[in-house]
Every structure is written in C-alpha cells, then in structure tokens.
Design a protein around this ligand. Structure first.
Ligand SMILES: Nc1ncnc2c1ncn2[C@@H]1O[C@H](COP(=O)(O)OP(=O)(O)OP(=O)(O)O)[C@@H](O)[C@H]1O
Length: 324
C-alpha cells in the first residue's frame, strides 16, 4: 500500500523537527529515510505509524486518510533498534503475540507463526526464550512478529543499529531478500548511506526536518541535487573549485592537457583500496584520490611522486562554494 504524506510539520517547543514534508512512498517498495542524526527521520516514521501526531499536514495509507487514526488502527508493523521482546515468552509466543491480541483462531495462529519463523529462518529456535538468541536473531524475531499481523506497512527504525558491522551487513542482505519475497511496503530509517544504497529501492534524504532529495540509489549517487546529498552519500574532495568524488579522479604520471599537476604527499593502503593525497598549487588542501591497489601498483605511485590529475568526464561534480 502506498503512503502519501502532505505538508507534515512537527514542532517540539520552538524546535522544528519536520518542516512541511511532502513524500509519496510507492506501494510494495522498500524506501529508506536517510540522513544525519537529529534530522527528523524517526519523527517522520513515528508520524506515519501513528506513534506521534503532526502539528499540520496529512498522512494517507493505501489511499485512505490516516492522519487521525491511532497506531493500532493503522495496521502497521514496527521494528525498533532495541526491540522490546517479552522476556518470559518463547520466540514462537512472541511472534504470535499480535495475532493473539486480535483473537485469531488457534490453528491459524500456529500456522502463521510457523510460516513466519520459516521466513526469518528461526524455525529451530521456536521454543527458546529471547535472551537465548543472538542480537541478529532477535531482530529477525522482531521482524517475524511485525510481519505476522500481515501489516499494510512495515516501519523499521534503525533495526540493525545495535549490531556489529558483520551481522549488520548479513541482515541487510537478508532484509533485501525477504522484501523481494513478501513485497510489503517498507520504510526503513538509517543514518548509514551504505545501508541505504544497498538495501533500498528508493532513498529519501532528510536533513534539518526537510527532504533534500528523493530518488533511486543510482539517481542519488549519479545526480545528487546538492552539496549536502553528494557529501552525505560518500567521501568528496575539491579539485579546481569543484566538489568531486575521490574515485572519480583520474591520475596520470605524465602531463596531459586539462590535468592539474601535483605531488603525492600521502599514500595509504586500506584493504583493496589505495588513498593518495595530492598537493596542488591551486588547492588549499590536498586533493584526495582513491584507486585500486592494482592501478596504484601499475602506475608505481609513491609518496613524493609527481602526478597529474583530472575529474573523469561523466563524474558528478558541483561548485564547492561552501566547502573549506
Ligand atoms: N519527544 C520529543 N521532544 C522534544 N524533542 C524531540 C522529541 N522527539 C524528537 N525530538 C527532536 O527532534 C529532532 C529530530 O529527531 P528524530 O529522532 O526524528 O531525528 P532522527 O533523524 O531520527 O535522528 P536519530 O537518528 O538521532 O534518531 C531532534 O533534534 C530531537 O532531539
């Protein structure tokens, strides 16, 4: 089901957490709300779910106005970073909880719980208590519980935020596959651009209570609307007064027309990647260039070497007016 947000404003005292936000979330898609801490992502999610009310504006779910509906009547599933499981109930009973509240017949509940546990690959843990699960397994249980009620909309607030990097990565792959299976309209809050780029069909960049840009991961990456979006999606550097991505800069070991001469002042290898800093006459700060280890090796790059650099032709770039 699609979600339609129109002119939503939310203040906390004098502070404007959301400033007239318009947003359409297409049905069946996985949409990420991406932005820095305090930008308003969670507030927007909570307003969609009915956990918070907007000062003005409207929320429609599946074409019907939900602005005044309480959370329990919106048919939404929630998962938060710190999932509050019932500690004394088994995994299966936790997943069954929402269905039991709705007084669904016992056989139906049992079948649905089995189906959900299978979906999140926790069948063998049905009789465990939540504390007997790992953090990643607990978040999968949370998702099973949220999905059990067959929500129209699934709302996830930094669901993997408390997990370590490796589990986080596994769960995001898993969420993507799960979504491809169930296709429930999902809104996912994250401040991690890699997570959003990897998982989402569509990304909404939110900063200071406003939507900066909406687009597919490729649209945002290839055509960022402004400096904020460009630098939020990954590292940037300044070359000839333009903001560009370090991996979009070509590096040569001899002079070429249109290339800027410089000297490598720092050479750093990080895993498969090599980062070099090139001091030029024009730039106040060294220009950051990233390349693969193979490229760096074949060019015989090293600290102190003279190089010539230029931004690749089709690389996104924009005037770096506000960048120090
Ligand atoms: N109940 C509240 N009372 C007062 N201020 C609030 C309340 N809830 C949120 N805020 C403020 O509104 C702003 C937006 O908060 P929100 O949680 O939506 O941001 P966020 O983008 O989700 O950030 P984070 O990732 O840190 O949660 C913050 O400055 C926050 O302090």
């Amino acid at each position: 089901m699609s979600i339609e947000i129109k002119g939503v404003t939310k203040r906390f005292g004098d502070f404007i957490a959301l400033d007239s936000v318009d947003l359409t979330v297409p049905g069946g898609e996985l949409t990420a709300l991406l932005g820095p801490s305090g930008g308003g992502k969670s507030t927007l999610l909570r307003i969609i779910g009915g956990l918070e009310t907007a000062d003005s504006g409207s929320v429609a779910i599946g074409g019907s106005d939900a602005t005044a509906l309480p959370a329990r009547k919106r048919n939404v599933g929630f998962v938060f970073q710190h999932y509050a499981a019932f500690k004394h109930l088994t995994v299966a009973r936790n997943v069954a909880f929402g269905l039991e509240i709705c007084k669904r017949p016992k056989a139906e509940v049992r079948a649905r719980v089995d189906q959900m546990l299978e979906l999140v690959h926790l069948e063998q843990f049905a009789d465990r208590l939540p504390w007997q699960l790992s953090g990643g397994q607990r978040q999968r249980m949370a998702l099973a519980r949220a999905l059990a009620i067959q929500p129209s909309v699934l709302l996830l607030d930094e669901p993997f935020g408390a997990l370590d990097a490796k589990v986080r990565k596994e769960l995001r792959d898993w969420l993507r596959r799960l979504h491809d299976e169930v296709h429930v309209t999902t809104v996912f809050v994250t401040h991690d651009q890699e997570e959003a780029l990897e998982v989402a069909d569509r990304i909404v960049v939110i900063n200071n209570g406003r939507v900066e840009q909406i687009g597919t991961p490729s649209e945002l990456y290839d055509a960022p609307a402004n400096e904020f979006v460009m630098s939020f999606l990954g590292p940037v550097t300044t070359l000839q007064g333009q903001l560009v991505r370090p991996h979009d800069i070509a590096i040569e070991t001899g002079p070429l027309p249109g290339h800027v001469p410089g000297k490598i002042v720092r050479y750093q290898r990080i895993g498969f990647e090599v980062r070099v800093e090139v001091a030029t006459e024009q730039e106040h700060h060294p220009v950051l260039v990233t390349l693969t280890r193979g490229e760096a090796r074949s060019l015989r790059l090293a600290e102190g070497a003279s190089v010539w650099i230029s931004a690749s032709d089709n690389a996104p770039r924009m005037p770096a007016e506000n960048v120090a």
